[in-house]
Design a protein around this ligand. Structure first.
Ligand code: NAG
Ligand code: NAG
Ligand code: NAG
Ligand code: NAG
Ligand code: NAG
Ligand code: NAG
Ligand code: NAG
Ligand code: NAG
Ligand code: NAG
Ligand code: NAG
Length: 473
């Protein structure tokens, strides 16, 4: 019965052991996982790096860091990193238009487009736009059939708060302007985009076509330093990067010289009395020395002299409105697309481009020399031997039952003479002649056993014969 069970179990023996692989934390000294982290924005980027970051911001759309994870499965604790962030606001309702009445001076005798003046888009604070308008009506002798034309800079991006003016303010007043643009105080750069249109319906006096110029939309975006929370993990080789809780921080002037001539930035989370260490002085080759901006990396605070490039983003494109002789209304004609960069900005809108530039600048800094590597936890797959204990019950029982069976058999058969051919017959055959005499009396094995009980034999040379035999002692 037991044997039959054994046979039945045999093909299933494979079920007991399996070899699954489980993720295990790899020893840190063999392989390394890392993500770049910025504890301050340094001077490590060249002008070329900045140019390419701006262009990437305009033309690209993905600016994610690439964590290094050799096993394809890594995690990092949530961490903070400094970067640049942008915040935009729709200020259409607060913007006003200031179009001075045309002076009608300097009319040329030839018909053609003339720069007749500019319409300013005036914002609650900061620079207003300088939007050009040209007016092709009515002037001089116009060729027959040529329509009247009005050309407006329909889309303009301009610098609302310039960094240069901000620095001038700081150097002359030793304090910061502390103006807030798009909810950011003392931003590095503030740009606005205005789109203007031309509306026949609002022209009250046909002689004053300027009345038809209307504001369609004004968006303002600020660029500033910020600290963001990163939640990074890599699963099956795929990086998951989440950025949360943007802290726009505060621009401040550290108390006391020698740092008084620099502006510094710290996150809101850092104490308002964050200590900025004395700046290092780095000797240069030409017997001069350079003062490195001070930083306090533990508090994510740093002093800066940021190079910004608003000139890559500002400009305008014009749209023409025409009226042929037979028309009663002005119709839209053609829109110039401007430079490629401007075309892209107006296509997507400043509120899309500015956050991309901020992300691109952050990535450039993360890839630059002033970032640090943050180690993570690596998971590698290790094969383990897994025993299915439930499947072990049957073979274990079989072994126990088999052993019990043997013990029981031994106990039950302790009195019985084992059913087995006796070796006495073989031994008796080898007795020497003397003992063999007794042997011959035996007719049954029971008699032979009895005889053997009283007989003590030893292997020695026989006296009678010349060979070795069992002799009785
Ligand atoms: C940033 O990196 C540059 C280039 O390696 C280095 O010269 C500079 O000391 C670093 N730190 C700061 C604060 O700029
Ligand atoms: C307005 O036109 C003048 C002359 O063409 C040009 O120099 C200036 O840059 C234009 N302004 C804007 C805001 O485009
Ligand atoms: C210094 O501050 C005053 C008052 O706020 C301001 O009018 C002036 O323009 C500032 N100086 C500069 C160079 O901006
Ligand atoms: C202005 O443009 C922004 C971005 O395209 C848009 O979200 C907003 O609704 C527009 N505002 C108006 C008044 O059209
Ligand atoms: C971080 O990301 C992981 C996976 O996306 C998520 O499970 C976890 O809750 C996140 N942690 C925090 C603090 O947001
Ligand atoms: C990666 O590691 C996590 C963490 O223990 C684990 O849950 C997951 O199954 C692993 N993924 C792979 C593909 O190894
Ligand atoms: C710093 O913050 C504390 C508490 O938030 C406040 O009492 C103190 O006036 C602040 N100091 C300065 C210099 O702003
Ligand atoms: C950074 O700021 C903290 C808080 O003010 C201060 O305790 C620490 O000493 C500063 N670190 C350096 C290097 O100055
Ligand atoms: C170099 O620096 C030393 C010490 O500051 C000064 O005496 C010397 O005139 C400098 N030489 C030049 C060429 O500027
Ligand atoms: C409109 O823009 C184009 C391209 O920038 C320029 O060449 C043209 O002179 C502008 N037209 C007027 C009337 O300003």
């Amino acid at each position: 019965m037991i044997l039959i069970f054994m046979l039945a179990f045999d093909p299933m023996i494979q079920q007991i052991l399996s070899y699954p692989s489980t993720p295990t934390i790899a020893a840190a000294d063999t392989i390394a996982a890392s993500v770049p982290q910025l504890r301050y924005i340094g001077t490590g980027l060249t002008e070329t790096d900045l140019y390419s970051a701006y262009y990437l911001g305009i033309w690209s759309k993905s600016f994610n860091i690439t964590p290094s994870c050799p096993s394809g499965n890594c995690t990092w604790q949530n961490y903070r990193s400094v970067g640049l962030c942008s915040q935009c606001s729709d200020i259409t309702s607060t913007a006003t238009l200031d179009c001075p009445k045309p002076t009608h001076q300097g009319y040329a005798t030839q018909w053609g487009p003339y720069l007749d003046g500019n319409c300013k888009v005036i914002l609650p604070q900061g620079q207003s736009s300088n939007t050009n308008l040209t007016f092709g009506y009515p002037r001089g002798q116009k060729p027959e059939g040529t329509p009247d034309v009005i050309t407006i800079d329909a889309n303009t991006v301009w610098e609302v708060a310039s960094y240069a003016a901000y620095e001038d303010f700081f150097f002359s007043n030793q304090t910061l302007p502390n103006k807030v643009y798009s909810n950011v105080e003392n931003p590095l750069m503030t740009l606005a985009q205005a789109s203007l249109g031309f509306d026949n319906g609002v022209i009250a006096h046909p002689s004053n076509l300027w009345e038809g110029v209307v504001i369609k939309n004004v968006t303002q975006c600020s660029l500033s330093y910020c600290v963001q929370n990163y939640n990074v993990s890599v699963t099956e080789g795929k990086s998951i990067i989440e950025k949360t809780s943007t802290d726009f921080g505060k621009t401040f002037v550290p108390p006391k010289s020698p740092y008084a001539d620099s502006t510094c930035w710290r996150p809101n989370e850092s104490p308002n009395d964050t200590v900025m260490p004395a700046p290092e002085t780095v000797p240069m080759t030409n017997n001069e020395s350079m003062i490195m901006p001070s930083r306090n990396a533990t508090e994510f605070a740093f002093c800066y002299n940021q190079e910004i490039m608003p000139e890559l983003l500002v400009g305008s494109v014009n749209t023409s409105y025409i009226k042929k002789k037979q028309d009663s209304k002005w119709g839209s004609d053609n829109a110039y697309s401007g430079t490629e960069n401007l075309g892209r900005i107006f296509d997507l809108g400043l509120h899309v481009i500015m956050p991309r530039i901020a992300e691109s600048l952050t990535l450039a800094n993360l890839q630059g020399p002033n970032s640090t590597n943050l180690p993570g936890t690596i998971y590698t797959n290790e094969v383990i031997v897994k025993v299915q204990w439930a499947w072990m019950i049957l073979p274990t029982l079989l072994v126990i039952m088999g052993n019990l069976f043997i013990v029981c058999t031994m106990y039950a058969s302790r009195k019985t003479i084992l059913w087995k051919s006796s070796i006495l017959a073989l031994l008796f055959h080898g007795l020497d002649d003397e003992a063999a005499a007794k042997r011959d009396q035996c007719t049954a094995s029971s008699r032979m056993e009895k005889l053997a009980e009283d007989m003590h034999v030893q292997l020695q040379s026989s006296e009678s014969d010349e060979h070795v035999a069992l002799c009785e002692r």
